[in-house]
Design a protein around this ligand. Structure first.
Ligand code: HEC
Length: 294
């Protein structure tokens, strides 16, 4: 993940798909609600690096937001609470549509899955033991497990859930990710160490690399090359044919009409004037987006 100043963060961004249904969020489960989570990245130095007060002042300075917030949260002001609620409410709309080949097959269309994906399904719940943790309709138990990832390219051990819940069993344990649409969300694992699903299955086939506090559900699997391909084919069949439509929003005008006319006077350097008008954009690209023209 790239954050403030284009610096790479330590963890791979988890998908927000189906996060509405999770009772603990983030790789280490440190947040309980999407509302709590939403404000974290705004303030985090490695992510957006902005004080909440500054963020609220910026949103308030954009006149178009006032009626939208009044409509959504009557009687409440624009604050970090209402901003968090708005972001969380949007995230709850990003859910699987049940249109994957696997869903069609479960509903009775025998031809929806390839022979390989069908064998992969058997392996997933059988010899591969994947279903022990990737259970339920979203293929996650919402729990935390240590699957034996070694320290990795960075060389530093990440203790994961243990930092939040200091129980010995949580050392190196991370939240089981959903496998819906997983073929679309490379790279994989909390640090993005694997580029392909095949590398992921090979990891499981080895029974993991580090044995420290390894989950008892992990063991060498002795999968053949064909079986590895079949598991990959099964995971590919969890991809929705109709992905959640993400409509690029029409953002409210960043400044009111009079100020806009002022900043657009051709004799003035636009960026500098626009920046002065609402303390926002640093480039004409920022300005265009902030005004909702894209
Ligand atoms: C002991 C529980 C457990 C078992 C068994 C298990 N997984 Fe996982 N899986 C996890 C956890 C936890 C992670 C995240 C680990 C991390 O990054 O530290 C994960 C990550 C993944 C990912 C990466 C997803 C992403 O978004 O980065 C894939 C793909 C995956 N598992 C597939 C499988 C398959 C296929 C099997 C069976 C061969 C399997 N898992 C068995 C718990 C498990």
């Amino acid at each position: 993940m790239l954050g403030h100043g284009m610096k790479a963060g330590e963890r791979n961004t988890p998908t927000i798909l189906n996060s509405a249904f999770l009772s603990l969020l983030m790789w280490d489960g440190r947040f309980r609600t999407l509302e709590d989570q939403a404000l974290g990245p705004i303030e985090a130095a490695g992510e957006m690096n902005m004080k909440l007060g500054e963020m609220v002042a910026r949103v308030r300075s954009i006149p178009g937001y006032a009626p939208m917030f009044a409509d959504a949260y009557p009687g409440e002001e624009i604050s970090s609470e209402t901003v968090a609620k708005a972001i969380a409410s949007y995230e709850r709309t990003i859910v699987s549509s049940g249109t994957s080949p696997f869903d069609d097959w479960i509903r009775g269309d025998e031809k929806a899955l390839s022979a390989g994906a069908r064998r992969g399904y058997e392996l997933f719940y059988g010899k591969g033991n994947c279903g022990a943790c990737h259970s339920g309709w979203a293929f996650t138990d919402g729990g935390f497990h240590n699957i034996g990832l070694d320290a990795g390219p960075g060389g530093a051990a990440d203790n994961g859930r243990h930092d939040v819940l200091p129980l010995a069993s949580m050392k190196g344990a991370f939240k089981t990710p959903t496998l819906r649409d997983v073929a679309l969300s490379a790279p994989y694992m909390r640090d993005g160490r694997y580029d392909t699903l095949r590398e992921v299955v090979e990891h499981y086939n080895r029974g993991g690399d580090s044995k420290e506090n390894l989950s008892p559900e992990m063991r060498p699997l002795n999968l053949s090359e064909q079986e590895i391909d079949d598991l990959v084919a099964f995971m590919g069949a969890l991809t929705d044919r109709r992905p959640t439509a993400v409509v690029y929003p029409q953002l409210p005008a960043a400044v009111d009409a009079a100020a806009l006319a002022e900043v657009q006077r051709p004799s003035e350097p636009r960026d500098a004037r626009a920046g002065a008008a609402y303390g926002g954009p640093r480039s004409s690209g920022d300005q265009r987006i902030a005004q909702g023209h894209d």
